[in-house]
Ligand binder design. Structure first.
Ligand code: FE2
Ligand code: FE2
Length: 143
């Protein structure tokens, strides 16, 4: 895992093998989510990007929901036994981001790039490393 800051403090989180959950498609989704998160952070730092931030945030939310759906299908397919708890974790994050987006839509200045980025990257990385990683043996066996 490479967590780096370049130039003016724009974070770059690079996916590496330590984040692999045993399924190429899910790995691709996670890569994309990390990229979108870094892009959101970069857009939020620009001065006149209110509309762009709203769009990037909406895109991130839509892709996150898409990923969670697909991941839940995968877990069901490979017979992962703790699907319900995992679904609840996904739902909690979706709810938190929806309420952040609602705050942002009401008052764009209320959402800070650093806070949003830290919350989301911390959540995503911990979720992949602990909860997603729990289904890895089931994926490897089925794939
Ligand atoms: Fe997950
Ligand atoms: Fe995931």
């Amino acid at each position: 895992m490479n967590y780096d800051f370049w130039g003016v403090g724009v974070p770059v989180i690079e996916w590496d093998e330590s984040l692999s959950v045993g399924d190429e498609e899910m790995d691709r989704h996670h890569r994309r989510l990390l990229e979108m998160l870094c892009r959101l952070h970069a857009v939020m730092r620009t001065v006149d990007a209110n509309t762009a931030v709203g769009q990037v945030l909406a895109d991130l939310l839509a892709y996150t929901e898409f990923h969670f759906d697909e991941e839940e299908k995968c877990m069901r397919r490979v017979g992962f036994p703790r699907l319900e708890a995992h679904r609840e974790s996904h739902a909690a994050l979706t709810g938190a981001v929806l309420s952040m987006k609602a705050d942002y839509d009401q008052e764009p200045g209320s959402l800070l790039a650093e806070e949003l980025f830290e919350f989301l990257s911390d959540w995503l990385l911990r979720h992949i490393k602990a909860e997603d990683m729990a289904y890895k043996p089931y994926m490897l066996k089925a794939n």
